[in-house]
Design a protein around this ligand. Sequence first.
Ligand SMILES: N[C@@H](CCC(=O)N[C@@H](CS)C(=O)NCC(=O)O)C(=O)O
Length: 203
Amino acid sequence: MIDLYYAPTPNGRKIKIFLEEAGLEYKVIPVNLAGGEQFKPEFISVSPNNKIPAIVDHEPKDGNGPISIFESGAILLYLAEKTGKFMPKNFSDREEAIQWVFWQVGGLGPMAGQFYYFNTYASEKIPYAIDRYRKEVARLYGVLNKRLEGKDYLAGEYSVADMICYPWIVPHESQGQSFEDSPNVGRWFNAIAARPAVKRAYE
Ligand SMILES: N[C@@H](CCC(=O)N[C@@H](CS)C(=O)NCC(=O)O)C(=O)O
């Protein structure tokens, strides 16, 4: 059994997608971010950076009792290793998948997150900041679009690389992005959206 510390945000959805795709048994433990539950000591003992997602696997491979994992990229790599699923076996595809996982957690996630913050949440609207992050998000969509040219998936086969990027493309309209400018992203997005496990992760 896996406990998933979760809120319905793009970072939370990534892990739900994997768990649904792999058919793993899991229990959702909601973390109320607006209520500040991420700062509670019980949660910080699982996720020291006070952010969702995090998991506790009660039956890890080494048989040494429960293990907690934080950071969505690390969680997906852990789950891929545990199950032997959604990580390409082919050497170069595997290396590609890992690179796109890091690209998402180091690039698309933070830039789109900052855009959302300055464009939507910030009490003071700072055009310079809004513009900077919108342009950076647009640049990253361009990178993704180029990568997906002539390809169904980011790393050979459907993998953790696609699962980690997809939830950050779901809010493309509120990010000021259009699939007209990135048709390969649009095609890839629609194929992933149609997967039953992905639909379940968004129910
Ligand atoms: N790099 C982290 C980012 C996680 C993250 O930003 N989580 C947000 C929700 S989407 C959060 O928990 N925010 C609460 C806070 O910052 O207090 C990951 O990929 O897991």
